[in-house]
Design a protein around this ligand. Sequence first.
Ligand code: IMP
Ligand code: MG
Length: 188
Amino acid sequence: MQQERMMYRDLKDELLLTKEQIARRVREMGAQITQDYRMEQADLVLVCILKGAVIFFADLLREIDLPVHTDFMAISSYGSATKSSGVVRILKDLDKDIVGKHVLVVEDIIDSGLTLSFLRENLLSRGAASLKICTLLDKPDRRKVDLHVDYAGFQIPDEFVVGYGLDYAEIYRNLPDIGVLRPEIYEK
Ligand code: IMP
Ligand code: MG
């Protein structure tokens, strides 16, 4: 009876992705990553981009059958509540250096691509051996920069979504499913 939670009233009726669909896809992604990094496992660092990716990260991590290291970064992209500007500020940096490490950045959603293209250059300049990008959601129609995404869970249409870690004004992160926020919520 999840749909009776109060916050579901702010979503369009049809959920975009149910928790079952998400779990199934996360399992597949974990298996793929396990296979792809089997040779580099000693130096694999998964970097969680706070806060949106935290739930995806926690689930994905448990689907990877390799001895991974984890680290966390918090970044804020200036802009309106529903659009990023690409001007990125690091609020919390990695704890450890990544020289010679194989870095897999785990993000919740890629929209314009501006945040990740900044991050990609920033992390590569620190001497990582390799850098790949993994995102749960991808809105390819909105891309403003050319960005190669190595692992994408779902391609979704150009709509503002919340749940499973994704927020609007810091709420809805704790919804187990992903839905489209009713525009009247952010237009008022
Ligand atoms: P980009 O720099 O435009 O790719 O922005 C990516 C960031 O914008 C994500 O990490 C999210 O924080 C935020 N974002 C973009 N689209 C959505 C959405 O539909 N729901 C919630 N957050 C979003
Ligand atoms: Mg984010």
